[in-house]
Write a protein that binds this ligand. Structure first.
Ligand code: GDP
Ligand code: MG
Length: 162
């Protein structure tokens, strides 16, 4: 089945979107060993298309290099196992160094990458969020995982690949 992996630094809203995508079907909590421990798997439906969704993350120590290595590892695994990647960023914080590092890894991916700039909850955020165009990703969407705003367009674009 087509697999979409959600990647991004902590607190950008990945799990909020993941839970929203799985609203219609309950999450299948994967309990495999090793590197998959920090990942959640579920099945989403959109426009009559069914696909797997992977929510990455779960590590909490953001104090040192270990953290960046861990994120890089998660991105590499996602690139391996997914058919498409949803890279999530946060309009409330703007572009961070870690976002820049992640996008560099993602640019090397042969798989399609969708940039979802999250927390675009209002008009002001919408204006600020345009800075993310500088990341140069063709598929850029401005969303609010909390309200669901913009997520329909994003999902339409994703399922168009299936
Ligand atoms: P994750 O670490 O990337 O999985 O992020 P979470 O989904 O756990 O969300 C981190 C925080 O951001 C939580 O407090 C969420 O309620 C909040 N959040 C998620 N999506 C949105 C959004 O669209 N707008 C706003 N304002 N907050 C959000
Ligand atoms: Mg999470």
């Amino acid at each position: 089945m087509f697999t979409l992996a959600i990647v991004g630094r902590p607190n950008v809203g990945k799990s909020t979107l993941f839970n929203r995508l799985l609203e219609s079907r309950k999450a299948i909590v994967d309990d495999q060993s090793g590197v998959t421990r920090d990942r959640q798997y579920g099945i989403a439906d959109w426009s009559g298309k069914t696909f797997n969704v992977v929510d990455t993350g779960g590590f909490v120590d953001n104090s040192d290099d270990l953290f960046e290595r861990e994120i890089a590892k998660q991105v590499m695994i996602a690139i391996e196992e997914a058919n498409a990647l949803l890279f999530m960023t946060d309009a409330a914080t703007g572009i961070t160094d870690l976002d820049e590092e992640m996008v560099q890894l993602l640019r090397r991916s042969p798989k399609p990458v969708f940039l979802a700039v999250n927390k675009v909850d209002n008009h002001q955020r919408q204006l600020e969020a345009t800075e993310f165009y500088s990341m140069g990703l063709e598929n850029t969407f401005f969303i609010s995982s909390m309200s669901g705003s913009g997520t329909g367009e994003l999902l339409d674009a994703i399922v168009a690949l299936i």
